[in-house]
Design a protein around this ligand. Structure first.
Ligand SMILES: Cc1cc2nc3c(=O)[nH]c(=O)nc-3n(C[C@H](O)[C@H](O)[C@H](O)COP(=O)(O)OP(=O)(O)OC[C@H]3O[C@@H](n4cnc5c(N)ncnc54)[C@H](O)[C@@H]3O)c2cc1C
Length: 306
């Protein structure tokens, strides 16, 4: 491994491990004074804001070739295509990948909504996920993404939703290296009369380059008779850890899209989405924004079927 000792005394020592095992060994040796870095765009904001101290050592994982491969395709046991995105794939690479835009359009749209191109050319998908509030997360939750970790002993998979819950209570994950994000197969083929509704919205205080007030990802299948055959909803925004709205999904699934269902859906989102408020947008404002985004998309789907 190479060490690049900076000249300024306050600057961290930057390590450049050649592979995942080496990176994990370094982390074990350095403990809390060694921090993984990929694009460094988020860590930089934490240091500047004083919310995290600059560590003595940075373990730069952006050069590990096995984690760099932006998109790799594999096959599931039932012969369907799985998509594996290297943790250090740049947001701009994910955005421009044709397989992602065809099969995982919510993720491609999410990429467009993160920061400006200069940041997207440095920032990685893994870094966005591990921020725990990144705008990619609602889209990844809707696709039921898995995380591929290396803990120094070997690699293992974990559902993203499970990790998000675990990470709140337990910081042990900070010693692991994220290798890749795995997206299960999606079936775009529709039965006759059914139509897909795949929508991602990020609402901020202005149109672009702004933190999110509410971020919503919706993936649904609606029958010709306006029954909701399948639906997945995920919401986040600001410093709120994104999550699926399982109880609202349960309410919608199998039901017929009509005005009364939309009203119940609105109430359900207000009840089950618990965002963090701040000086710019209160809890109630964020809840109503998310509820309006979801209900307005379902209403549009209902109009198309009328
Ligand atoms: C001007 C600006 C605007 C931004 N706008 C947005 C926005 O609109 N939406 C949004 O979601 N984010 C935004 N961000 C935040 C940030 O750019 C993204 O979240 C980005 O994807 C983080 O990726 P990174 O590679 O730079 O992460 P880094 O800063 O390198 O790391 C982030 C965290 O992940 C850890 N980490 C990184 N990679 C790994 C790995 N492979 N294994 C283990 N740990 C790892 C690091 O230790 C650190 O804790 C913005 C940042 C800036 C500076």
């Amino acid at each position: 491994m190479a060490m690049n000792k900076q000249t300024k005394p306050e600057s961290p020592i930057v390590w450049q491990p050649r592979n995942a095992a080496e990176a994990c060994t370094l982390k074990q040796q350095l403990g809390e004074d060694g921090v993984f870095v990929a694009g460094g765009t988020l860590l930089r904001t934490w240091w500047e804001a004083g919310t995290a101290r600059m560590p003595g050592h940075l373990i730069d994982v952006s050069g590990i070739s096995s984690m760099h491969k932006p998109i790799a395709l594999a096959f599931s046991s039932d012969d369907r295509q799985i998509c594996q995105i290297g943790a250090v794939a740049l947001l701009s690479e994910v955005r421009n990948d044709s397989h992602i835009s065809t099969y995982y359009s919510l993720l491609a749209t999410a990429m467009k909504n993160i920061a400006a191109p200069s940041i997207r050319n440095l920032a990685t998908l893994g870094g966005n996920v591990l921020s725990r509030v990144g705008d990619a997360l609602p889209a990844l939750l809707v696709y039921e993404a898995m995380l591929l970790w290396h803990d120094g002993q070997g690699a293992f998979e974990q559902p993203l939703a499970e990790w998000l819950l675990e990470a709140q209570a337990n910081h042990a994950w900070k010693n692991r290296l994220l290798l890749a994000i795995i997206l299960p197969p999606v079936d775009l083929a529709e039965q006759e009369g059914n139509s897909r509704l795949d929508v991602y919205h990020k609402v901020g205080r202005r149109e672009v380059f702004t933190p999110s007030i509410a971020t919503v990802a919706i993936s649904a299948v609606v029958s010709a008779e306006r029954h909701i055959v399948d639906v997945r909803l995920a919401v986040g925004g600001g410093q709120t850890m994104p999550r699926r709205l399982e109880l609202t999904e349960l309410l919608l699934k199998g039901s017929k899209l009509d005005h009364s269902l939309l009203q119940s859906c609105y109430t359900s989102v207000l009840e089950h989405f618990h965002p963090a408020g701040d000086v710019f947008a209160s809890v109630s404002y964020r809840q109503k924004t998310a509820a309006n985004l979801i209900v307005s998309e379902l209403w549009k789907a209902m109009q198309l079927k009328s």
